[in-house]
Design a protein around this ligand. Structure first.
Ligand SMILES: Cc1cc2nc3c(=O)[nH]c(=O)nc-3n(C[C@H](O)[C@H](O)[C@H](O)COP(=O)(O)OP(=O)(O)OC[C@H]3O[C@@H](n4cnc5c(N)ncnc54)[C@H](O)[C@@H]3O)c2cc1C
Length: 425
């Protein structure tokens, strides 16, 4: 039986009894493959709309990136610049309309189903250099122009310590509509909610094969689901539909750790207003407090499938650069997770064949977007809304024979992003 990664989240997860694997021939309106946010939010929204749903998860609900991430519920999408460049006004309209849609879905779901996942509002982007502070100032000015800045506060370097007790940043932008949460408890709560509405969830049920047809057949080792509609939501962890999806997105490992509890006063002194903090780099550092007064810290990325032997040791210098007082703090948990990075950073959302949908590749920005993607697909199934087509129109790049040469190419690309960060360009 699969276990969750040894993480702070798994150690503090709400009880979630293991569900059995699929061992029958079943039928449903919709079969969802993958039990992260994309799959579970899709199952929930479709069950709310009265569809019968079966979800198949290879390991445990939330086992992938959704149960291991920074828990930062940040607005917007990865690849925004590319979407506007390619789609112009249509892309800009979509981004403005959906900027906080994921946050709204998550807050509504938590309230409706009483999900206890430590959700609080408030996040801050911090600038590593004057150029980044200029970009945040511009973002603030643009929001003011739109009449949509009440929830934003531009913070100059001199005032920064009121939010983050660090001297390494040049200022920041606080967003009171963004938030943070215990992501594993969120996805587990969403799965329970879907089940209360009749969705059936199977764990330890890796999908081995999909046979397309008027009714698609989704096969596991011991069972099969027949459904007119299927949603592939395995993100960076699946190897299905290679012909249609192979080479568009490459996997990258990213790291997180949790300090030992620091005590209330010490943790609050570091991040007084309990904001989720992320810097504005391409390869960014992000951190926040937990309710038991730890600092959760994430950063680094590796593109070679090489996982560091000592993740805590890799991350600690980054944490200590920001908070020198934590030089001696014990690290209780350190773990990695895999994200999917499309080559142009625009998420991949679409329909491979009639009734065969997929959503994946939000880079490191998927808590919010996965929930919006679930609604986009549910709307497409209900023949409402055209946002799925917007993503289909966006041009994506594909690496032929990605398995063989893809990750070295991604590694080269990311070295370029690191150079950009280092040069502040
Ligand atoms: C360390 C880390 C930190 C991050 N921090 C943040 C953050 O702070 N904010 C943010 O917005 N985003 C963050 N992200 C990104 C975010 O977590 C992801 O974009 C998001 O969770 C993707 O959700 P998903 O459901 O598409 O994929 P996943 O959560 O990866 O779920 C995919 C699931 O599909 C299952 N699966 C795969 N293949 C099969 C198969 N054949 N059959 C059945 N099941 C299958 C897997 O077992 C897995 O459970 C972070 C990611 C990581 C790894």
């Amino acid at each position: 039986m699969a276990a969750h990664a040894h993480s702070y989240y798994a150690a503090t997860a709400a009880p979630s009894p293991e569900r059995p694997p699929l061992a029958e021939q079943a039928e449903a309106d919709v079969c969802v493959i993958g039990g992260g946010f994309t799959g579970v939010a899709s199952a929930l929204t479709l069950a709310e709309r009265g569809r019968s749903v079966i979800l198949l998860e290879a390991r445990r609900i939330g086992w992938g990136a959704s149960g291991r991430n920074g828990g930062q519920v940040l607005p917007g999408w990865s690849g925004e610049g590319e979407l506007v460049k390619q789609l112009g006004a249509r892309g800009a309209e979509f981004l403005e309309r959906t900027r906080y849609a994921g946050n709204e879905i998550i807050e509504r779901t938590i309230a409706r189903y009483g999900i206890d996942c430590d959700y609080v509002r408030g996040a801050m982007t911090v600038a590593n250099n004057q150029r980044q502070f200029g970009a945040l100032s511009q973002e603030f000015a643009d929001a003011q122009k739109r009449g949509d800045s009440d929830h934003l506060t531009l913070v100059a370097a001199g005032d920064l310590r009121r939010h983050v007790a660090a001297d390494v940043y040049c200022g920041g932008l606080v967003d009171a509509r963004a938030g943070h949460c215990h992501p594993l408890n969120l996805v587990l709560g969403e799965a329970r909610a879907a089940e209360t509405l009749g969705a059936r969830i199977f764990e330890n049920a890796p999908v081995l094969e999909i046979i397309e047809g008027a009714q698609h057949a989704v096969r596991t080792e011991k069972g099969e689901v027949r459904a007119k509609t299927i949603i592939l939501a395995g993100n960076a962890y699946h190897r299905l539909a290679k012909k249609a999806l192979g080479g568009y997105m490459l996997p990258a490992q990213t790291f997180m750790m949790a300090t030992a509890p620091l005590g209330e006063a010490r943790a609050k002194a570091l991040i007084p207003n309990n904001l989720a903090v992320a810097d504005a780099n391409w390869v960014l550092d992000y951190f926040r407090r937990t309710p038991d007064h730890r600092i959760l810290f994430g950063g680094r990325c590796t593109y070679s499938n090489r996982v560091a032997a000592d993740i805590g040791a890799e991350l600690r210098p980054r944490l200590v650069r920001i908070f020198p007082d934590l030089a001696g703090a014990a690290i209780d948990y350190a773990w990695t997770g895999t994200i999917g990075i499309p080559l142009n950073r625009v998420p991949l959302i679409g329909e491979i064949a009639p009734g065969f949908f997929y959503a994946q590749g939000y880079s490191g920005h998927g808590v919010n977007c996965s929930h919006i993607a679930a609604e986009i697909i549910a709307d497409a199934i209900d023949l409402k809304g055209a946002d799925k087509n917007l993503f289909a129109t966006a041009r994506h790049f594909r690496i032929p024979a990605a398995g063989a040469i893809g990750n070295p190419m991604l590694a080269m690309g990311m070295t370029w992003f690191r150079i950009k960060d280092a040069l502040g360009i």
